[in-house]
Design a protein around this ligand. Structure first.
Ligand code: XUL
Length: 521
């Protein structure tokens, strides 16, 4: 007997669905709908609206609603077993906020299954477009929040991040300050995640803890709203938000709109939706403290699970609450494949030749070192971009290939540890994870084994479906994720003890050199 679970991912550019069978451990179906291509009436490019105001990046919330109707219609047309889905959960792009008036909830409750949802919700928004995570227009609000809450260190300690432009607290403050009347008539403020969960529940549901920790508004130690931050960002904000919800507690059964229109079973459970990064943690199988993912893409990201918050927290990382209710850190390094490609091209090397250079040079690069800032950096924030070489001749092709990889891995390891992560195993994804010479440097620097995951499934949507399995079937995280998160190679890349010792010393030297280049706030 199959047990189907549906996971959705409302991302910046598309809405995706993953249907799994928890009984067989199989992926049953996955599909996706691209907003720009399939909903052209909303006039978005890459999922957001054109704007002439600097830093402003918004998207129309009704587009996410219509995408949901379209995707479910497609699933029904594909004769997927809608009636047998045990539970549905989702995840959404983090930080985006949705503002509705007093009639939103009544309209949701009384939705007519004969008519599309977006037609029934179209006049209930008090802010017609939603600021999303790409918006950087709130620098002034961030300065005000930092000041009001006693400085950057205090804010990081309480909320897990410094005041961040894209985070929802600053976005809400901007709306409350600049459009006070619209703010007053706003009955509810949701994130994209809780907005989508509200549609399924047929009522306004609170923001889940994982996404709430991307707002600069949550006291992450006590897992409740941080009242000083709420007071700074808008009057009576708590009433508009509702208390944050535990991502693993089912919200109830699915609303009749979905049973009547798409054939969902009336017993189908609805779970809160999470932020996409916390969800993808689960979809990549990172369910125990110490498990860490490194994605080697245009930018490199490192995120993983840990139990206890460190006393002093890194100003460059973001700490969120994870779906397991542990903590997760997220670090984004802008100089990712950009820097690797720059070196490879500068020395006219193919990727095979680049790997051969890594293999021909010893760990530690005989004392040579690079600070690999081909562009400005996020982790850490540096005074200015510029590559620096120490005991490293610019003409030495082999040493430069090794230097860029060692610098990236050492920076990642040092900053991950400052953010509370203590990696015990790493799952690598992204283009450069196919290069085993790079993985060997990673294993040696972090002193832990590295796996490469098969990533043919959308890990964010998969993470949501797996969360639903854990919540409903009360199975452990480990046994639930295992059948769905297979590694690509039979063998792991294992650290080499001699190289590990070399890197211990090199990490200290790197940190000292980096320190002299930091931007002073
Ligand atoms: C994380 C972030 C993005 C969004 C979009 O802080 O802003 O990763 O979640 O996917």
């Amino acid at each position: 007997m199959s047990r189907y679970y549906l996971g959705l991912d409302s991302s910046t550019q598309s809405l995706s669905a993953v249907l799994i069978d928890a009984e067989s451990g199989q992926l049953v179906n996955q599909q996706s709908l691209n907003y720009a291509a399939e909903l052209p009436a909303y006039n978005v490019t890459d999922g957001f609206l054109p704007s002439t105001s600097p830093g402003v990046v918004h998207a129309p919330p009704l587009m996410w609603v219509e995408a949901l109707d379209q995707l479910l219609k497609q699933m029904q047309a594909d004769k997927l077993p809608m009636n047998e889905i045990v539970a549905v959960a989702g995840a959404a792009q983090q930080h985006g906020s949705v503002y509705v008036g007093a009639d939103f909830e009544a309209r949701l409750k009384n939705c007519n299954p004969q008519k599309p949802l977006q037609k029934q919700l179209q006049n209930c928004f008090t802010r017609s477009t939603s600021p999303i995570w790409m918006d950087t227009s709130t620098t002034d609000q961030c300065t005000a929040i930092t000041k009001a809450l006693g400085g950057a260190d205090q804010l990081i300690k309480a909320t897990g991040s410094t005041a961040t432009e894209r985070f929802s607290g600053a976005q809400i403050k901007k709306f409350a300050d600049k459009h006070p009347e619209d703010y007053v008539r706003t009955k509810a403020i949701m994130l994209v995640s809780s907005f989508m969960a509200s549609l399924f529940s047929g009522r306004h549901v609170g923001i889940d803890l994982t996404d709430a920790s991307g707002m600069n508004l949550l006291d992450i130690r006590h897992k409740q709203w941080y009242s000083a931050a709420l007071a700074c960002c808008g009057d009576h904000l708590q009433d508009k938000l509702k208390p944050p919800v535990n991502p693993q507690l089912p919200l109830g059964t699915i609303s009749t709109y979905f049973t009547d229109r798409y054939g969902f079973n009336s017993n189908c459970m609805v779970l809160p939706w999470c932020g996409d990064n916390p969800s993808s943690l689960i979809g990549l199988g990172l369910v125990e403290p110490g498990m860490t993912a490194i994605s080697l893409g245009t930018s490199d990201t490192c995120f993983g699970l840990f139990k206890d918050l460190p006393e002093s927290m890194s100003p460059w990382a973001h700490t969120f609450i994870a779906p397991t209710l542990d903590y997760m850190s997220l670090l984004c390094f802008k100089n990712g494949s950009l820097a690797r490609e720059a070196v490879r091209r500068q020395y006219q090397q193919s990727w095979e030749q680049f790997s051969a250079c890594l293999e021909a040079t010893p760990p530690g690069n005989q004392g040579a070192m690079m600070l690999p800032w081909f562009d400005t950096e996020i982790v850490p924030r540096i005074k200015h971009a510029g590559v620096q070489r120490y005991s490293l001749e610019a003409t030495d092709i082999q040493a430069n290939c090794r230097a860029v990889i060692e610098a990236q891995m050492i920076a990642m390891c040092n900053h991950a540890s400052a953010a509370g992560l203590k990696p015990t195993s790493i799952r690598a994804t992204g283009g450069a994870s196919q290069n085993r010479a790079i993985l060997q440097v990673m294993a040696n620097v972090f002193d832990c084994p590295v796996d490469v995951l098969q990533t043919t499934t959308n890990s964010t949507a998969l993470g949501a479906a797996l969360r639903a399995v854990v919540a409903v079937e009360r199975k452990t995280w480990k046994e639930t994720v295992q059948p769905f998160t297979k590694t690509q190679y039979a063998s792991q890349t294992i650290p080499d003890a001699a190289a590990v010792a070399v890197y211990q010393k090199m990490k200290k030297r790197y940190a000292e050199r980096e320190q002299t280049c930091l931007m002073q706030d």
